[in-house]
Ligand binder design. Structure first.
Ligand code: PMP
Length: 637
């Protein structure tokens, strides 16, 4: 912002608006000119995570905190936000929040590799321009002003004379008819699930519920309640049948009712809970994991989140270091120290991490750095190597299966060897699903610590932390024998849980691992080939129908990637329509095929997708040339 020796004649509100449009544009993957000041953030394609990022960006930029809920309801357009900030900021001439030089924003994207690549390219280009600008101006961004608390946000926002309330998404009458029809039919058809959602909204606080909430079709924003699952299908409380491609978020590699499951459950029911004493088969289960994956030692927890938490703690204990590095676009569960994102504004000096959700204190991420998949990141890692306890990475990102990381993994392996850092693979999704030995075996790169979950429990709650003795020994001090004078020697930390090695979970895991051992890598290979064929058939539909969606996959995991020119509305409606056509996909939209899916199930998926495309096109959706001339990065949701 101009200093007051040389005042900028543009009214401050206009300058704020221009800055907001630039910032929001980058956050959304758009150019500044493409952000309409009167269109609501939601209509532009934001979900709550993006709004949270917007709220944090605004605070970083202007020093004013705006709860993201307000961005949804009250101060919900760039114009209203500019009014609000102009009112809340101290008068010009007093120390004020600077409108700092524009710097690029890193947006986490889900799916849509081509959109992502474009976005990264745009950002790199922007960064180059900015660096040139900064060099030319010889100045760095001014420090942020102290935080202010918004006073009466509601009053301020609504009192704005220049406010024009947006109408949310604006549909043509044809589109509106389509949306109304879908809402009417789907809510009638799944009335039981809808009733459950409404009846228990108050007693049951459920973080999944708001995930895809949209005003425009809120009448169908509820989860389908399942009554029964069998093979690759589920039946909801209204008796509707669906082919399930959510498959327990990837946990149900063997489907809803693997043959080995009932025997394990019966065995457990006969013998009671047995919590407390050592589980008689935990050792055997550990041995099976060792055999399949090549890890040295294994420990059991209840979830992937706990496994990652434990792995980070073990790495920190064994190295005596605190810092960890991770990568953008990853998900490692909901442990504070890994719910991190890169800051929106480049800061002088070192990479940092910011909380990816409210309620996570910034100091929890003090020793965390979030890096881009960029060559510079290797230099950063090399520089910080001696301070790094762990480099944490999803060796295949579930939301971007097309992202090829093999070479990076090899480079990270070499780097971690040089610096004594733990290379930590989060294989909660890829473990056992992609190969009996997971990505380690597929790519031929050995990690120091690995986390598993999901598939190995065949639907039971499980987390596994495994790896080299050097790190795993921090759990129990290391191995020793009754027969000599050996004793635990390694420094120990604490990772404990009431339900660790739960007898029921161990019984099911043993059965799943035994099945995996018997069937060998052919199981994953064949399932991967079946998925590839499904993906080919789906992509043929999109090509034939000239629809800008493509499906990407890695082994039996697949993701519908929406072209950046489609609207967020297309993305959401696609999955609602697919549900009406008898295919169930969860809110984060990562899909899986299981060994239980039959050819008839696969045919049903193809048929349902074709129907969905035809219905949506007839309703005026899935058309990249329609209503809005500017693109919206739907895939960024
Ligand atoms: N790591 C990865 C890569 C994941 O995908 C997930 C969950 N999807 C987790 C960790 C957390 O696992 P959980 O939900 O079992 O806590």
């Amino acid at each position: 912002m101009a200093s007051h020796d040389n005042p900028d004649p543009t009214p401050r509100r206009e300058r704020i608006l221009a800055q907001l449009k630039a910032d929001m544009g980058r956050l959304y993957g758009l150019g500044e000119a493409q952000v309409d000041a009167q269109i609501s953030f939601i209509a532009l394609g934001a979900d709550s995570l993006l709004l949270l990022q917007a709220s944090q960006s605004i605070e970083e930029r202007f020093g004013i905190r705006i709860p993201f809920r307000l961005l949804m309801d009250e101060v919900d357009t760039p114009a209203l936000l500019a009014d609000y900030l102009d009112r809340e900021l101290p008068p010009e001439g007093q120390p004020a929040a600077p409108l700092a030089t524009v710097t690029p924003v890193v947006v986490e994207t889900a799916g849509g590799g081509s959109a992502l690549e474009r976005l990264i390219e745009q950002q790199l280009e922007l960064m180059t321009q900015q660096l040139a600008l900064l060099r030319g101006a010889g100045s760095a961004a001014a420090p942020a002003a102290p935080r202010q608390t918004p006073r009466t946000v509601r009053r301020a926002a609504l009192a704005s004379p220049s406010s024009v309330r947006p109408a949310g998404l604006s549909f043509s009458s044809r589109q509106q008819r389509y949306v109304d029809g879908l809402v009417e039919r789907l809510s009638r058809r799944t009335a039981g699930s809808r009733w459950l959602a409404e009846r228990y909204r108050q007693p049951l606080a459920d973080g999944r519920a708001p995930a895809r909430l949209r005003r425009e079709w809120k009448g169908i924003c509820y989860q389908i309640a399942a009554q029964r699952g069998e093979g690759g299908r589920i039946w909801d409380v209204d008796g509707n049948e669906y082919v399930d491609i959510t498959m327990g978020y990837g946990a149900l590699l063997f489907g809803h009712s693997p043959p080995f499951l009932s025997a394990a459950l019966e065995d457990h029911a006969r013998r009671g809970m047995r919590l407390g004493p050592q589980n008689e088969i935990a050792g055997e289960v550990a041995e099976l994991i060792r055999e399949l994956t090549g890890v040295e030692r294994v420990s059991f927890l209840n979830s992937g989140t706990e496994a990652v938490m434990a792995a980070v703690r073990l790495a920190r204990t064994a190295t005596g270091r605190d810092k960890i590095a991770m990568f953008t676009g990853s998900y490692h569960g909901s442990f504070d120290a890994v719910m991190a994102r890169a800051p929106d504004f480049a800061h002088e000096g070192e990479p940092r991490a910011l909380p990816a959700a409210l309620g996570i204190p910034a100091p929890a991420l003090h020793d965390v750095m979030v890096l881009d998949f960029a060559p510079e990141s290797l230099a950063v890692l090399r520089r910080h190597g001696p301070e790094l306890a762990a480099i944490l990475i999803e060796p295949k990102q579930s939301r971007r299966p097309e992202l090829e990381l093999g070479e990076l993994l090899r480079q990270l392996r070499a780097l971690a060897n040089e610096t004594g850092t733990a290379l930590l693979f989060d294989e909660v999704i890829t473990g056992f699903r992609t190969h009996p030995g997971g990505i380690q075996a597929l790519f031929g790169v050995t990690a120091d610590l690995v986390t598993y979950g999901k598939a190995v429990g065949a639907g039971m709650p499980i987390g596994v932390v495994a790896g080299k003795s050097r790190f795993m020994d921090a759990l129990d001090g290391g191995t020793w024998s009754f027969e000599d004078d050996s004793f635990p020697r390694a420094d120990m930390t604490q990772v404990r849980g009431t339900f660790f090695k739960h007898p029921l979970v161990m019984t099911v895991a043993r059965a799943a691992l035994t099945e995996l051992r018997q069937r060998g890598p052919a199981l994953q290979r064949e399932l991967g080939e079946r998925t590839a064929e499904l993906v080919r058939r789906l992509n043929r539909i999109f090509e034939d129908e000239d629809v800008a969606i493509r499906v990407n996959h890695f082994t039996s995991l697949f993701v519908f990637a929406f072209d950046g020119r489609l609207l967020a509305a297309d993305w959401d409606l696609f999955f609602h329509q697919l549900l009406e056509n008898g295919v169930y996909v969860w809110e984060q939209r990562v899909c899986y095929l299981s060994t239980a899916h039959t050819e008839a199930d696969v045919d049903h998926i193809v048929h349902a997708v074709r129907e969905t495309v035809v219905q949506m096109k007839a309703g005026g959706f899935l058309d990249v040339r329609r209503s809005r001339p500017e693109p919206v990065l739907a895939a960024a949701l």
